[in-house]
Design a protein around this ligand. Structure first.
Ligand code: COA
Length: 186
């Protein structure tokens, strides 16, 4: 699948979600994997991390610095949403989401994370909308699957954003599935 980038401005800050491998910070991923909030993950060897990334569709969430496009001063006419940000630009990784997928029929969503200092700004929801755009573009998509905490806020988050339904639940976790075609059983 071709790499994709999305931009989101909040006040004077511009955020980017990108599937481009060159922006990914391996140190950020390892630190996140060792954070107790990512209770399902743990740091892995550099080699295993490279293998994981090579076989995943990884969405990095970045704070761009300095803001290369003074968007608040631009008119809609000046702004080409497809245009890449102009250098010099530094991408500071602040979150991620990962799809393990064949890019065609199935996708497993995991490792959804936004650093605490940027939580509650809508970035997690925006990142999941980016995930949905990717899975919606998969021609033969049957299922998007993922697990989450069995907590009302987490359930609401995924039900609303991915139109997902709880498929199974056990030990405080729920297994979600969303499908393009409600008739699909496998
Ligand atoms: C889940 C998470 C990515 C949301 O990111 P965010 O940038 O704060 O999300 P937004 O600002 O777009 O939206 C906040 C909403 O997410 C909801 N949410 C969903 N799952 C959540 C979770 N596990 N922890 C906290 N909030 C969560 C909140 O209830 C809030 O809903 P509200 O706006 O109705 O109050 C972030 O809280 C996080 O990284 N948590 C730790 C890791 C984690 O639990 N990942 C998800 C595993 S299923």
């Amino acid at each position: 699948m071709e790499s994709k980038e999305w931009y989101y401005s909040l006040g004077d800050q511009t955020f980017m979600v990108s599937t481009k491998p060159e922006h990914i910070s391996h140190d950020f991923i390892q630190a996140s994997f060792s954070d107790p909030v990512m209770y399902w993950a743990k740091p892995i060897s550099s080699e295993n991390l490279r293998t994981m990334l090579e076989n995943s569709c990884f969405l990095g969430l970045y704070l761009t610095s300095p803001d290369p496009l003074p968007r608040s001063k631009s008119t809609a006419k000046d702004l080409d949403p497809a245009a890449p940000l102009q250098p010099p630009c530094v991408f500071i990784q602040i979150g991620m989401a990962r799809l393990v997928t064949d890019y065609m029929t199935l996708a497993f969503l995991t490792d959804v994370f936004v650093v605490p200092e940027h939580q509650g700004k809508g970035l997690g929801q925006w990142m999941i909308q980016c995930v949905k755009e990717l899975t919606d573009a998969m021609p033969g998509l049957r299922r998007v699957m993922f697990m989450a905490k069995n907590a009302p806020h987490a359930v609401k988050f995924y039900e609303e954003l991915l139109h997902a339904q709880i498929h199974d639940q056990e030990k405080g976790k729920v297994v979600f599935m969303s499908s393009r075609d409600a008739q699909v059983d496998s």
